[in-house]
Design a protein. Structure first.
Lengths: 206, 412
């Protein structure tokens, strides 16, 4: 158990463990024996390891849903719902700004400076970024593009969507938590029958 | 006949070399034509254009159209620069097999007639054709790998990539079908009794084709994997875009209260964070060393550099009440001692007073406090007292003077 100390600490701290955020820890969690051992250890803390369906990201869930636990889950959920639109819009904005042909996925690298440079000279992108930065979730008080972008990336890093491999270098790697967010969206869509399609139109299948 | 044949080949040689030179001579205009899809006729002279057309490098598909590169020339360039957008994959094996079959018959007939020079030419052509067939697979496999390794980067949108991937998979299926057509039993029969043919058509071809076959299967596996990845990316993009559109159209939308369902879906069961903390255990002797090191590593200068006022505040904050009370009592006693000195005109011994009053202070502390109080007095008040230290060297050998007592007298 000793060797999993750092991993346990990260899990207990509420981190999401994926291939990108902690490849060693992720590998250990893929091992069922290790999972059993960790779950055994976590039992008195009312915690257990869970993952999304594709097992691309692990995090801790409550074992028993006490009233306190439910209260926490409610506030957690409110935060997730609040972050939904801003994070999705950020994904769209990055995809369009950097001219990528697909949405960001875990492991993609974003250079902050490149993003700033491309946004700078484009009035409509600039406008959209400004709207996004002042969203409650990011809550930027600054008018300067550079500051807004930095704040957005910092907030996403705090929420575990991005990893910054070197503290002094402005490039970020997308983590598996993005998968988790998209899984939540799919779940809500299926559950509530929202008209949100993710199958390609028939035209491209011909 | 031999002479006319030599003449024919030399003639062929001359024309071919000439025309290849044309390609080299106008390489820039031709390459530009490859990229643009037509030739800029104003860039080349009339006679040059005529020559290029005569050499079957350029052609005009119909009167209204500009001059273009012949498809074979385009194909040659595409293959040379591995331009996957325009590279052709020729999967037609049946035709090649038929040619090979015919060549073998012609070769056998010539041998039968004893016409060895013709037989040799036929064998050479046959060798070319067999290599050609194998090369056709090699070219196709190279093209497929190229497309795979670049993630179909030569087309821009994800939809195009998916279409290209599907096209590549179809080509691959045709290539595999083509490989199936090659029946080695027939080829063995065909090359019966001739070691040249057997080597060419059976052993050599077989090893080449089997390596092509395994390459193709590997490519197919990778293509299918990549297509799945493309589709996944496509579905992610669609999900994101459609969800954003939905949320924008329904600003008041709020999802159901999943955390308070009887069965909370696992995705919404995200436990609160705990931060485990630990300190050094003082009951373990072997950790004292660690603690000592930690203390040793504490920044030292920090407290020294603080302004005076801060250190005063700091000290006051942490003064123990008991110690403060004792300090106060000591000062009080020293003050009484000074009052006693003022009342007496003769010198008073500090230690003598201590003994006389039966005070419990340590002698040394007592003397220090008396000196401290003396130093704390304003200069003109200090002059009102006369201090005499009773001193003795430590030993005969050590001249360090130790104060044994202090006598204080009020100046008259």
């Amino acid at each position: 158990m000793i060797e999993h100390g750092p991993l346990l600490e990260r899990l207990l701290a509420g981190d999401f463990i994926c291939e990108i955020s902690d490849s060693d820890g992720f590998r250990h969690l893929n091992n069922e024996q290790t999972q059993l051992a960790i779950n055994h250890y976590l039992r008195p803390l009312n915690r257990r390891i869970v993952s999304n369906d594709e097992r691309s990201v692990y995090f801790l869930a409550y074992h028993e849903l006490t009233p306190d636990a439910r209260e926490h889950l409610s506030s957690q959920f409110a935060l997730t719902v609040q972050s939904l639109l801003p994070v999705l819009e950020w994904l769209q904005l990055i995809q369009e700004t950097l001219g990528r042909d697909s949405a960001l996925t875990a492991g993609d690298t974003i250079k902050l400076q490149e993003f700033v440079l491309r946004t700078e000279d484009n009035q409509s992108l600039r406008q959209r970024l400004n709207t996004l930065a002042t969203d409650r979730f990011f809550n930027s008080q600054s008018e300067a593009l550079d500051q807004q972008v930095k704040l957005i990336f910092r907030r996403l890093k705090e929420h575990g969507y991005l990893r910054q491999p070197h503290g002094d270098r402005q490039y970020y790697i997308v983590t598996g938590k993005i998968d988790y967010l998209l899984d939540i969206i799919r779940f809500i869509r299926d559950e509530e029958h929202l008209p949100v399609d993710d199958a390609p139109a028939q035209e491209s299948l011909i | 006949m031999a002479a006319s044949k030599t003449a024919l080949t030399s003639n062929l040689f001359a024309i071919g070399a000439d025309r290849l030179a044309l390609l080299g001579k106008h390489h820039k205009a031709l390459m530009q034509g490859y990229l643009d899809g037509y030739i800029d006729e104003s860039a080349l002279g009339d006679s040059v254009l005529k020559k290029l057309m005569a050499a079957r490098i350029l052609w005009r598909p119909d009167e209204q159209q500009p001059l273009m590169l012949r498809p074979l020339v385009s194909e040659l360039i595409a293959s040379m620069v591995a331009d996957e957008n325009r590279r052709q994959v020729n999967a037609d094996v049946a035709e090649k097999l038929e040619q090979i079959h015919n060549r073998v018959q012609a070769y056998k007939e010539a041998q039968h007639k004893g016409d060895y020079s013709i037989a040799e030419t036929q064998l050479q052509r046959l060798t070319e054709q067999v290599h050609d067939m194998s090369g056709q697979f090699e070219e196709a496999i190279d093209s497929l790998w190229n497309r795979l390794n670049s993630d179909f980067g030569f087309v821009r949108s994800l939809n195009d990539k998916i279409r290209e991937n599907e096209r590549a998979q179809q080509q691959l299926r045709r290539l595999l079908d083509g490989l199936e057509l090659i029946d080695f039993n027939t080829l063995i029969e065909l090359s019966e009794g001739n070691s040249h043919l057997r080597k060419l058509l059976v052993s050599q071809l077989q090893s080449q084709l089997s390596s092509h076959h395994s390459s193709l299967l590997e490519v197919q596996k990778r293509l299918i994997g990549l297509l799945a990845k493309f589709r996944q990316q496509q579905s992610r993009s669609l999900l994101i875009n459609n969800m954003v559109a939905y949320l924008r159209q329904h600003p008041a939308y709020h999802p159901a209260d999943y955390p308070n369902r009887v069965q909370v879906p696992v995705l919404f069961n995200q436990a609160a964070h705990l931060q485990p903390k630990g300190s050094i255990a003082l009951d373990r002797t072997h950790e004292r060393q660690t603690l000592a090191e930690l203390v040793h590593h504490l920044p030292k200068s920090a407290s020294l550099n603080l302004p005076e006022q801060h250190s005063a505040n700091f000290a006051e904050l942490f003064v123990n009440e008991e110690i403060a009370a004792r300090q106060q009592a000591l000062k009080q006693d020293v003050e009484n001692f000074y009052l006693h000195v003022v009342d007496n005109s003769a010198p008073v011994s500090a230690l003598g007073y201590l003994e006389q009053q039966a005070l419990t202070w340590d002698g040394e502390i007592w003397l220090y406090q008396i000196m401290a109080d003396y130093q704390a007095l304003p200069r003109h008040e200090q002059n009102m007292f006369r201090l005499r230290n009773e001193e003795k060297p430590v030993s005969a050998a050590n001249q360090l003077m130790l104060i044994h007592d202090i006598y204080i007298q009020l100046r008259a």
